[in-house]
Ligand binder design. Structure first.
Ligand code: FAD
Length: 582
């Protein structure tokens, strides 16, 4: 007898499950319910339609109900919300947007209802010029508002992925944009130190960035709107995008008695089966296991939703398929920058009481002599005991996506930092370097793990007492003159061997250079010349300056050592050229 499978939600997880199920079972009866008007649309592309990067609105819909039916023989019912599940009788109640309701029976039910934008409980959150972005109609509303009202200013509340993408796209349209973020940094999966460069970059694009501030009210003010901030400041704007996060749309599951977990997400086993064996759940609405920490987590991303949809279909069709957890691999175009994360950040590792070491490297996207090379920073987190890679964060321009995916794969494969030194990657000057940024991150981390080098970090600098230790700047005299760490002495690397007598070998030496390479070479010279305790500043003075720069809201912070644009990154002094000694 053919199975009857109902699917709730017709976008990422739901449409994937439907298509996979049909490919596996030509006889199943599949009905997919979608409460909105569109199925299988490009949620991730919506900000780019607003910014005119995607010009044709038809590009946003990958399938129509008709095309999906034709290709997959799935009965697609849009404007149809599933409002109740009767688990005992295996039936759902469906409400059409006409108000009509009916029941539909099932053998199996797949829930992929997604996550909805959080609207903070503040005055003015429902005003006409205040928007959230999840669906195609949301997108058209924002676009129409911009076209009809010609706003000059926009405030984006929330500096997550969607907030930054909206800020980028509204800036492209010529609006003056402010981002207001409650935490001390944007993009929460990044650690605050890695967000510093993103802050610099988006400020350099003219965006006003308000960090550690919440919006407490939105009030009409003449023809504009006044945003009141927790700091007491007030901002005038012509429109507001609320992008403060999403919450799982798990009410239907909860009301039918299915087990829920973290943040109300639907609980499933590794087969994506809920606490009811006839019901599967996938996508943003489900609780996942963090691949690194093993803890339960809410990670609303498209790739896990698609994978889980496929797994649910497999199991319904009789294939034993399991989901191995989510590592939170994500990437973002933040204006000209690329920002990527995979695995855990420091905060998660600390919360999970996992001991780790870290390194920061700054490497060229491709051979630095080949036109177009830009720089990227890679922060690697790895297990102290085994060197297993626990997480990576990357910021830069060209080639960040490639390295992020290599590191994501390495994490999935359970690789160590030593393995990173061995992976052989495609190289020719336009594409990479003979020592790829991933290899370099592996070299540095392996050197730390083996004890060949000891690192100190930007946050250790304040604790170094010049009386008890030597702070040694091994950059050139001119670099030193432009700015250095307080109390540092300058012996350029190339003079170090002949000037060792100027240093006290009984004191710890904290060496630093611009990005870490010359400091490493210097630390090897010192250690092999009887200096017992030598540390090298990971990420160098450049990273220290970036993270500790004082910035004021709305103004791009200036620092000679900080590349603010792709052009800057390209032309940054190549004084660290040649990575052979690593
Ligand atoms: P969805 O794709 O949201 O689909 C759920 C559908 O279920 C919705 O259409 C909803 O209307 C419908 N539904 C809910 N309840 C019912 C009901 N009771 N009856 C009938 N229908 C119902 N992720 C990335 O990885 N990378 C990105 O770049 C990225 N960019 C994004 C940009 C934006 C603007 C947005 C909004 C999201 C973005 N995401 C991105 C997240 C990604 O879109 C989601 O993780 C993914 O779509 C989740 O799939 P899902 O099937 O769980 O939910």
């Amino acid at each position: 007898m053919s199975k009857k499978v109902l699917i709730v939600g017709g976008v990422a997880g739901g449409a994937t499950a439907a298509a996979r199920l049909r490919r596996l079972d030509e006889n199943a009866q599949i009905i997919m319910f979608e409460k909105g008007e569109y199925i299988s649309f490009a949620n991730c592309g919506l900000p780019y339609y607003i910014g005119d990067v995607i010009e044709d609105r038809d590009e946003l819909t990958l399938q129509t109900p008709e095309s999906f039916h034709k290709r997959f023989n799935v009965d697609v019912r849009v404007r149809s919300e599933v409002i109740a599940i009767d688990r005992r009788q295996k039936k759902v109640t469906v409400r059409q947007n006409t108000g009509n309701t009916y029941e539909e029976s099932y053998d199996y039910l797949i829930l992929s209802p997604g996550a909805e934008p959080v609207v903070p409980p503040i005055e003015g959150a429902r005003l006409d010029a205040v928007f959230t972005l999840r669906s195609i109609p949301d997108t058209f509303r924002i676009k129409a508002y911009v076209e009809e009202n010609n706003p000059k200013r926009a405030a984006v509340v929330g500096g997550g992925y969607i907030g930054i993408e909206m800020a980028d796209n509204l800036t492209k349209l010529g609006l003056e944009v402010s981002i207001i973020e409650l935490s001390d940094h944007v993009i929460q999966p990044l650690d605050a130190d890695m967000a510093a460069e993103v802050h610099q970059h988006i400020r350099s694009k003219g965006v006003h960035l308000y960090l550690s501030k919440g919006v407490t009210a939105i009030k009409p003010s003449g023809t504009a709107y006044a945003l009141e901030l927790s700091s007491g400041e007030s901002l005038l704007t012509d429109m507001v995008i609320l992008a403060v996060g999403v919450r799982p749309e798990s009410g239907l599951a909860r009301d039918s008695g299915l087990e829920t977990g973290i943040r109300g997400c639907i609980k499933t086993d590794t087969h994506m089966r809920t606490s009811d064996p006839a019901i599967y759940a996938v996508g943003d609405a489900v609780e996942v296991t963090d691949f690194i920490t093993g803890r339960k987590a809410f990670v609303p991303l498209a790739s896990p939703a698609n994978k889980q949809g496929r797994i649910a279909a497999d199991n319904i069709a009789g294939l034993d398929s399991t989901y191995g957890g989510t590592q939170g691999t994500a990437i973002l175009k933040a204006f000209d920058m690329t920002v990527a994360v995979t695995g855990s950040n420091e905060r998660t590792l600390k919360d999970s009481e996992i001991t780790y070491l870290k390194s920061y490297t700054f490497s060229a996207s491709n051979a630095s002599y080949y036109p177009g090379a830009t720089y990227m920073t890679i922060k690697l987190l790895f297990a102290e005991a085994t060197g297993k890679i626990l997480g990576a964060q990357l910021t830069g321009y060209n080639g960040v996506d490639k390295r992020a995916d290599i590191l994501a794969t390495a994490i999935r494969a359970g690789m160590t930092v030593k393995d990173l030194t061995e992976i052989e990657l495609a190289y020719a000057p336009p594409f990479g370097s003979a020592k790829d940024p991933v290899n370099i991150a592996g070299y540095v981390a392996s050197n730390v793990l083996s004890g060949l080098t000891r690192l100190f970090h930007w946050h250790d600098v304040a604790g170094i007492k010049p009386m008890d230790a030597t702070l040694l700047d091994v950059r050139t005299k001119s670099e030193f003159k432009k700015g250095t760490l307080e109390g540092a002495v300058n012996i350029p690397l190339d003079d170090l061997r002949s000037r060792l007598n100027e240093l006290d070998p009984t004191k710890p030496v904290y060496v630093f250079c611009q990005v870490g390479l010359r400091g490493y070479v210097a630390s090897r010279i010192l250690e092999q010349n009887g200096f017992k305790e030598v540390y090298n500043l990971s990420g160098g003075y450049r990273f220290y300056k970036m993270v500790t720069a004082k910035i004021t809201p709305g103004k791009p912070a200036g620092s000679d050592s900080i590349p603010k644009t792709e052009e800057d990154a390209r032309s940054m002094a190549l004084s660290e050229k040649g990575t052979d000694g690593l």
